[in-house]
Design a protein around this ligand. Structure first.
Ligand code: GCU
Length: 425
């Protein structure tokens, strides 16, 4: 009995520990990085080297995709990829001083007598047919990204952040526009782009467990969390991105648009994974994504698997546990995640003072994804040395290291827009 209780407590501490940023040790000493060997992205499991797109597409790519599902982010249950029921909740043709169309759409997923509602806030430039559209989750509700009183307050549970006007885990009028510096909507619109944003907690709120959001819709009898190789939150958010895209591909205003998937930090990890899973996204942008995003695990610099897993076990499938302090056993590393996006343009953005996200590791994985891009005749990153500060590279793999901290800045958006324009030409 005592043994059973002890065992249950150990399990509990592994599966539900969720202490945000509890480990503040930055672990940012470049001299401490030990030599490592990356798995070869262009060598099949049987040792065969790949020099043709067809072998990459038919054999190696599916192998790698499957490893990511099984060992890191988890399989998304089958049968749930059908588009959700959609309903337009609000629309205006004179938003943003009459320069934009605003549309708010509810996407509903129904099962087991319950429903999950995802609210899409869409701004489109006026008089532009099928403009390219950025798609990105926000962290505190649609109402935070712009000071526009018509934006519907999210109903979902939100992590408290009094500085942003979020108390009692609920959206408030006070929180309207409190995150607008991260979302330069007027610029996005004036450059001819649309923006679709959703609160990520509509799909899976950050409550450190699996009791709410989309996961419980797929539990079998007596199940209360995903099985060892089933989806964690990152896969759930990736699933949500594809459902937003399903909708935009049907809306007459965006049916023929190009779609640019954008994500910052934990959602930067998600945008890479969603871009790998769903090839309908035309361009993928990942900002300050760090560990389990663009950064190479094997450098063990900044945030490591042990740290991320201690703070956020729910982001991953349980199988990921076994790689804590055992990075070299992983059958993949993050250059392979970026390679899964090939030949589509992908942009990795780092910030100089964001050592926890390992800017150099973010660059190196993009660099090591290059052979796959070259297989398709595309140009990736040619130099193993990171470019200087604020000197972006806009090849099919794009990269910049900007001054400053972890975050999304006007400089970042300027680069994203230039990069996208160049690659949509
Ligand atoms: C934490 C976490 C990071 C993540 C970040 C975020 O700092 O350790 O991995 O990128 O949160 O999403 O804001």
């Amino acid at each position: 009995m005592v043994y059973k209780i002890f065992f249950a407590l150990v399990l509990l501490s592994i599966s539900v520990s969720c202490s945000f940023n509890a480990d503040k040790d930055q672990n940012c000493d470049e001299d401490a990085v030990e030599p490592y060997e990356l798995p070869d992205v262009l060598t099949l499991k049987n040792g065969e080297k790949i020099d043709r797109v067809s072998v990459w597409e038919n054999k190696r790519r599916p192998q790698i995709l499957n490893l990511y599902k099984k060992e890191i982010y988890g399989f998304i249950p089958k049968g749930i990829d059908k588009p959700l029921i959609s309903k337009v909740l609000e629309q205006s043709d004179s938003a943003l001083d009459n320069t934009a169309i605003r549309k708010q759409i509810s996407l509903i997923y129904k099962a087991k007598g319950k429903e999950l509602e995802i609210i899409v806030l869409l701004y489109l430039p006026k008089n532009t047919k099928n403009p390219p559209v950025f798609i990105g989750y926000n962290f505190y509700g649609n109402q935070t990204i712009i000071d526009d009183k018509h934006v519907i307050l999210t109903n979902s549970w939100i992590l408290n952040n009094p500085a942003l006007g979020i108390n009692d885990n609920r959206a408030s009028e006070e929180s309207m526009g409190t995150r607008n510096e991260r979302w330069p909507i007027k610029k996005i619109i004036s450059e001819g782009f649309g923006l679709a944003t959703v609160y990520y907690g509509d799909i899976d709120p950050e409550r450190c467990d699996f009791s709410d959001g989309i996961h419980p819709f797929f539990y079998k009898k007596k199940q209360n969390k995903p099985k060892g190789d089933q989806w964690g939150s990152i896969s759930a958010w990736a699933w949500g991105y594809s459902r937003i895209l399903d909708y935009l591909k049907k809306d007459e205003m965006t049916r023929k648009s190009k779609f640019i998937l954008f994500g910052h930090s934990r959602i930067g990890k998600t945008s890479l994974w969603a871009g790998a899973l769903d090839r309908r996204f035309d361009i993928v942008i990942s900002n300050n994504s760090g560990c389990a995003g663009a950064a190479l695990f094997r450098r063990k610099f900044g945030e490591t698997i042990a740290k991320i897993h201690y703070n956020f076990p729910q982001w991953f499938c349980q199988n990921f546990n076994k790689y804590r302090n055992k990075e070299e056993r992983l059958p993949v590393d993050q250059h392979m995640l970026i390679a899964l996006i090939a030949p589509r343009p992908v942009y990795i953005a780092s910030a100089e003072l964001d050592c926890f996200s390992d800017p150099k590791g973010e660059y190196l994985s993009a660099y090591h994804a290059t052979p796959v891009y070259e297989l398709y005749g595309k140009t990736g990153l040619n130099d193993s040395i990171q470019p200087p500060l604020n000197k972006p590279i806009h090849n099919t793999i794009g990269y910049h290291l900007r001054s400053g901290r972890h975050g999304v800045t006007t400089y970042d958006w300027e680069q994203f827009i230039k990069f996208v324009k160049k690659h949509l030409e």
